[in-house]
Write a protein that binds this ligand. Structure first.
Ligand code: BEZ
Ligand code: FE
Length: 293
């Protein structure tokens, strides 16, 4: 071992040791692990001082880009695959698979009744989404909250186009009925590029990566006694399902948005034929003692 290697090891040991007396054992574990992994990255790749300064400037720019409707750090975590990795390691199996939250969730979606429309623009292919929320064993869950958000037909969320879309377009907070069901009218969402006008766009550009996400609708489902679930349903016949910029596609979450031509079925859903219909179940897992603790 060279003198430099020895000195490097000593720095790592001292930095890890500096957290020895952290009273919260989990915080201690997370910080010491962070230091160990960051230090081994530096020891392996030996960034130059200029490269490290660039990294610090880059992260500073990421922070500067954040505001109440733009979360560049989430975006960075997404394109590095970390958001999806955190979802994946926390998955317990059994119910519908989870996927990333993304930066466009708003804390309060407008409250809506089953059967309402969430599209306030009337531009795009009419679509009905009909879902049933169940527990992992398939039993229906009445009174579950279903928070929904999607982009417009042009591939933008309401918060990205405050001058064009009314706030609340493509969003709704629903409750399931006695059979665990909820349905709503909307338009088929489009695939879209994640925002590229900030440091994350610079990263994608420099690495020759495309910014697109396949078409999807977001859901957060919460039911008493069950773990909250954050997920999407992806539109089966759209592009980018095999190259999502944020690695969030799971095969089980891809659903058929079938074309329906029958006028009678259209009437039942208060739309005109032809329209697209997506029907699926979302299953949530009962809480375990671990969740409570
Ligand atoms: C979204 O699906 O809204 C999203 C997820 C990750 C990055 C950007 C957007
Ligand atoms: Fe999205």
């Amino acid at each position: 071992m060279t003198g430099t290697d020895q000195a490097a090891k000593a720095v790592t040991a001292a930095a890890v040791e500096s957290f020895r007396d952290t009273p919260d054992p989990r915080l201690r574990e997370l910080l010491q692990g962070l230091v160990r992994h960051l230090h081994s990255y530096v020891r392996e790749l030996r960034p130059t001082i200029q490269e490290w300064e660039y990294a610090v400037e880059y992260l500073t720019a990421v922070g500067r880009k954040c505001d109440p409707t733009r979360q560049e750090f989430i975006l960075l975590s997404d394109v590095l695959g970390v958001s999806m990795l955190v979802e994946t390691v926390n998955e317990e199996g059994g119910g519908t698979e989870s996927t990333v939250l993304g930066p466009f969730h708003v804390v309060e979606s407008p409250k809506r009744e089953s059967g309402d429309g969430i599209d306030l623009m009337s531009v795009g292919e009419p679509c009905v989404v009909a879902l049933r929320v169940t527990s992992a064993d398939g039993s229906p869950l009445a009174g579950a909250s279903v928070d929904v958000w999607q982009c417009s037909t042009d591939g933008f969320y309401d918060v990205q186009q405050p001058d064009i879309q009314p706030l609340g377009n493509g969003r709704g907070l629903f409750r399931t009925d006695d059979e665990g069901r909820v349905w709503f009218r909307t338009v088929v969402p489009s695939h879209y590029p994640i925002p590229t006008d900030g440091p994350v766009g610079v990263l994608l550009d420099a690495t020759g990566r495309h910014p697109y996400r396949p078409a999807h609708i977001h859901f957060i489902v919460e039911a008493d006694g069950h773990r909250p679930l954050t997920t999407h349903i992806f539109v089966a016949d759209g592009p980018y399902l095999d190259s999502d910029a944020v690695f969030a596609v799971k095969e089980s979450l891809v659903a058929d948005f079938a074309q329906v031509d029958e006028a009678e079925r259209a009437r039942a859903y208060q739309v005109t034929a032809p329209f697209r219909l997506a029907e699926f179940d979302i299953a949530v897992q009962p809480e375990t003692n671990k969740d409570a603790g």
